[in-house]
Design a protein around this ligand. Sequence first.
Ligand code: FAD
Ligand code: NAI
Length: 475
Amino acid sequence: MTQTYDVVIIGAGPAGYVAAIRAAQLGFSTACIDNWKNDKGDYALGGTCLNVGCIPSKALLESSENYERVLQKFSAHGISVKGAEMDVRKMQARKEKIVAQLVNGIDFLFKKNKVTWLKGHGSFVGGAGPYRLEVKGDGAAQTVEAQHVIIATGSIARHLSEVPVDNEVVCDNVGALAFRTVPPRLGVIGAGVIGLELGSVWRRLGSKVTLLEALPDFLGACDKAVSKEAWKIFTKTQGLDIRLDVKIGKVTRDAKGVRVEYKDSGGGQLLECDKLVVSIGRIPNTKGLGADAVGLKIGERGFIDVDAHCRTNLPGVYAVGDVVRGPMLAHKGMDEGVMVAEHIASQAGHVDLDVIPWVIYTAPEIAWVGKTEQQLQAEDIAYRVGQAPFAANGRALGQDETEGFVKVLADAKTDRVLGVHIICSHASELIAEAVMAMEFRASAEDIARICHAHPSLAEVMHEASLAVGKRALHL
Ligand code: FAD
Ligand code: NAI
């Protein structure tokens, strides 16, 4: 007999698994279909984020940063370490343990909340509420029915058509997270988030890293003050070789590695490297979803068309996460998953895409929310700026992490916070205060009047907010 569920989610990445848990909490009979298999050939929950994205990359960033601290920073504390060595295999094993722990954690949460995990590839085969979905796993295919469907099929790495990725020598995120030895020369196409994060990991461990970026501006989505500071630190202090405004030409493999021909302002150039990472963005994944079987509308750029509440053109069918418009970030997908589950339960819910925090986990980290100064100028919005550095902050000095600043942008008339831009060692944590302020429609003065613990990095947020009103105390 065909099993019927109130809600079936396709995809168990952060958008899908959170939607499934919330739907089950709200009393719906819920199943979640996922086809992800790990490198042992086992089905694994968590999607890109847990298996080959957020979680493993942050584990490697931490390990490599610790290694660099030992080599470069410990001596100032009076700690001398002789013969420090990095065991890359051990580092990878630690990463895999963290991934396994979190993946198993979702399995536990599914069981706890009575979410049925259907292992295999899910596709629409017909129906219109209930919808019929086929699940093709290792055994015989099965068909289930769903009153409501939440599509959370995520995204996949974009590749260059003429550069085949084998994840051994030419890699996307999957291969670049799994190197077993440090490549002496690492080439990276695309100086975006993945290029900078994973480029930093392997640079810290000893690779000579060269990034080739198509755009003339570095980190164009960031506030200009931040990208300028980041450029200085990444290229001058840390030695990442970032070449902008390039056009990639022929890429060839030989016994020694990879040869990348490209053009920049100086004419034709050649980059020879042992491994190449292609990190030029990600594309929505609707492969084999059976969209045509039910008339699901997919837009020109491959994203499933949705409205502000993630409703597709089909009644009772929603789409969330990387497969729809908006930033491709795990927390954005999770919030959409919760919103949709609550809408199905006739509750209210809303995700404000204008107040989604971004973090780039380099060292120092970069984090922002809201508008950049260049966006405010382009939109002709009058604003005031408050900026404060970490250089004189007691906590930053104690931690020997004095690079960077906080920049607060506020409406010139109302003082409402319009954007906050941070570059510093713990920007990923500090940005939460700014997100909260913006969600509560706070003014810069509101932040300035809040008591911040001393000594803490958060004091710099306080100081930058004071600076908006030209009454900074420590500048
Ligand atoms: P996904 O995580 O891609 O999950 C989709 C799931 O659906 C997968 O398991 C897939 O196998 C499955 N699936 C697809 N089609 C079907 C089908 N037809 N049937 C069954 N199953 C199907 N974001 C952050 O916010 N912070 C970070 O630090 C961060 N770091 C990242 C680092 C890297 C290297 C990468 C690549 C990404 C990173 N991201 C980060 C982005 C983040 O991983 C994605 O935004 C997030 O995973 C998207 O979640 P999702 O649930 O929409 O899709
Ligand atoms: P990205 O969009 O961040 O960067 C891609 C870069 O490649 C851009 O700078 C782009 O101009 C450049 N590019 C595109 N085509 C090119 C070409 N032909 N030649 C040279 N350069 C080219 O994408 P990335 O780094 O692949 O990451 C994908 C997404 O994954 C991110 O946009 C983000 O949504 C998510 N992510 C988030 C992280 C986080 O939150 N910390 C970490 C890693 C990924």
